[in-house]
Design a protein. Sequence first.
Length: 63
Amino acid sequence: MQKEKQYDDERLNKRRELLNKAYDERFGSEEFRHKVCFYSVKEEQNLETDFVKKLYQEGEKND
């Protein structure tokens, strides 16, 4: 019995790239985020409730 993927690898990778880019812009590089022991998020850096949904929708429009 083989397991089949229930998702689109290419779409998933594009979404990961979009999210990582947005996090880099908002919170600094991934390296910085992993090294820092404490980080205080400024009010303007807070994510909107539908931030990820909008990001994915805009990313799909640009493809």
